[in-house]
Design a binder for this molecule. Structure first.
Ligand code: NAD
Length: 322
């Protein structure tokens, strides 16, 4: 029997889950990936299938889960993450944040494993505090269209803290701000892949509202480093991980146009309901507790991501959302 530490990663076939699988394999762990492929794609992890230290369970985390043998860590990343996805599958989104998290916490308790959950900047809703630090409780509309995601994640944090304080399960909570990089889906509705996809197809770039709303984009390698450090830290309270370098969506679209050398225009469409006006993480805690801060600048991260999208087969460019 291998003496390697064993880690379960839910949402393994997704954007972030697949990068986590790569990182844990690289660090010498035995990785067990779990995914029901509702928004993920096996292509993201197929390079890991030949490895003896990788196993995959095609399974819904919201149903009963069983993993034989020891388990040292669980990273619960299964959940639809883009508005296009969670508006289409709202009940599954609520279930994976609640029942799925409950199942993972039960497993963590039974195996004496440490569990980290993927929370989100969306728990701050349309924030009234700027930048957002971890002490801010948020401004979320529970019954608005985005409520299914935001409230699932807020419940996820609550049940995770309850397992920590009531059952003594070792838990970690990362509040992830917008992250980008290779393996995002071109058609997942998020700003960066949407802009690049439109530029590659020679279509005008759609900016919602006047484009003055801001976001802060973190390159995926930086995020994964922050998560890795948080998991191995002894800090049980939420930590923001994101890039504080804020940009308006209009300026961001202009950057994409420059990068792609495309001569299409920006067109404006109505703002979606409850769209947050600004987002910027306060990362003081991550700096102080984890010694972490982002290293990859937007110009470099965008270039790598663009190269990735350009390398995809042509049919990916026109593929409809799952
Ligand atoms: P993604 O859609 O690429 O990946 C999610 C994965 O979870 C997919 O492979 C999907 O098939 C799987 N999944 C969903 N429901 C499942 C279920 N019931 N059982 C098993 N598998 C299931 O999304 P992502 O961007 O990689 O996000 C991963 C996690 O990070 C999510 O929990 C998301 O809320 C969180 N997050 C992401 C971001 C971001 O910028 N990408 C920001 C904040 C939080």
């Amino acid at each position: 029997m291998s003496t390697k530490k064993r880690v379960l990663i839910t949402g393994a076939a997704g954007f972030l889950g697949s990068h986590l699988c790569d990182r844990f394999i690289k660090e010498g762990y035995h990785v067990i990936g779990m995914d029901n492929l509702i928004t993920g794609d096996l292509k993201n992890i197929e390079h890991l299938f030949p490895l003896a230290d990788f196993e995959f369970y095609h399974q819904d985390v919201s149903k009963y889960i069983h993993i034989p043998g020891e388990l040292h860590y669980i990273l619960h990343f299964a959940s639809p993450a883009s508005p296009i996805d969670y508006l289409k599958i709202p009940i599954q989104t609520l279930k994976v944040g609640s029942l799925g998290t409950h199942n993972c916490l039960g497993l963590a308790k039974a195996k004496n494993a440490r569990m980290l959950i993927a929370s989100t900047s969306e728990i701050y809703g349309d924030p009234l505090v700027h930048p957002q630090n971890e002490e801010y409780w948020g401004n979320v509309n529970p019954i608005g269209p985005r409520g299914v995601y935001d409230e699932a994640k807020r419940f996820q944090e609550a049940i995770t803290m309850a397992y920590h304080t009531f059952h003594g399960v070792e838990t970690r909570i990362v509040r992830i701000f917008n992250t980008y990089g290779p393996r995002m889906r071109l058609n997942d509705g998020r700003a960066l892949p949407a802009f690049i996809g439109q530029a590659l197809r020679g279509e005008d770039l759609t900016v919602f509202g006047d484009g003055s709303q801001t976001r802060s984009f973190c390159y995926v390698d930086d995020l994964i480093e922050g998560i890795y450090r948080l998991l191995l830290s002894d800090y049980a309270y939420p930590v923001n991980i994101g890039n504080p370098n804020e940009i308006s969506l209009k300026d961001f679209a202009e950057e994409v146009l420059k990068l792609t050398g495309s001569n299409v225009k920006l067109i404006h469409k109505a703002l979606p309901v409850d769209d947050p006006k600004q987002r910027q993480p306060d990362i003081t805690k991550a700096r102080e507790i984890l010694g972490w801060e982002p290293k990859v600048g937007r110009a470099e991260g965008l270039r790598i991501t663009y190269e990735y999208f350009k390398s995809l087969p042509k049919e990916e460019l026109v593929k409809q959302p799952k």
